[in-house]
Design a protein around this ligand. Structure first.
Ligand code: UDP
Length: 237
């Protein structure tokens, strides 16, 4: 079977692991996601993953309102490591070899992020999960995803969400909202469309990496994207 993408960077928000809960990790949802990833792994796709932390802690949030931003952001980065370990576990339980690499060293738990090592793991057929964001406060895991995608030469950033693409307005609030099949980076920035933060979009634009926003809970959506079916919205150009 011919593949449209051979190396991908999958961005999972923390909320993607939460399912219908208000907080934390839903084990069944993580199992489902791991299986979706295994399906494309088995097709021979090389996979890097960046996981967010919003299901546990976000630097800019109500619970962090009395904290200094930098400390709160470090807490957010630690949250992404918790999620990375949950995903690693679920993937290894179904036979997918993985490595977690963290942008902040925590050697008892995971390898430190070393780009050349990450490349080697990918070449050896291991899924690499990048934890702790960029390692810097004031950034997001969306920006981490675009940074790591550029570093590992991924052909595309797959941004998994709960909606099936990018709309002209929030489809939950506006019944006239229309979904885009394709949209340009500049349109996303100028129209302030909710895809990723502007730093992440600019980085993809500068490095010419397309972003596909898609519904992760749609069974086999990930697989369909890999074989070139038009799923979700593609941000490019
Ligand atoms: N974060 C950070 N630097 C990074 C990546 C993440 O400081 O490079 C912190 C930031 O506080 C953020 C939190 O980690 O709010 C969780 O990441 P994010 O909000 O991107 O997670 P998601 O929305 O994808 O679940």
């Amino acid at each position: 079977m011919s593949l449209k993408y051979n190396r991908i960077l999958l961005k999972l928000s923390g909320e993607a692991l939460m399912g219908e809960q208000n907080y934390g990790i839903d084990g069944d949802v993580v199992k489902f996601i791991a299986q979706e990833i295994k399906d494309v792994y088995d097709m021979g796709v090389s996979i890097g993953i960046v996981v967010g932390g919003g299901n546990i802690f976000r630097g800019v949030s109500e619970s962090a309102k009395d904290m200094d931003r930098v400390s709160a952001d470090y807490m957010g980065m630690l949250a992404t490591v918790i999620n990375s370990l949950a995903l690693q576990n679920a993937l290894e339980n179904i036979g997918v070899p993985t490595r977690v690499q963290t942008a902040i060293e925590m050697r008892q738990i995971a390898e430190p992020y070393i780009r050349r090592r990450a490349m080697r793991h990918l070449e050896k057929g291991r899924v690499v999960i990048f934890g702790a964001g960029t390692g810097n406060p004031y950034f997001t895991t969306d920006t981490t995803a675009t940074l790591r995608a550029s570093e590992i030469n991924a052909e595309v950033v797959l941004k998994a969400t709960k909606v099936d693409g990018v709309y002209t307005a929030d489809p939950k609030k506006d019944t006239n909202a229309v979904k885009f099949d394709t949209v340009t980076y500049l349109d996303v920035l100028n129209r302030n469309l909710k895809v990723m933060d502007s730093t992440a979009i600019s980085m993809c634009m500068d490095n010419k990496i397309p972003i596909i926003v898609f519904d992760l809970y749609g069974k086999e959506n990930l697989k369909k994207i890999i074989i070139g079916e038009k799923i979700g919205t593609i941000v490019e150009g």
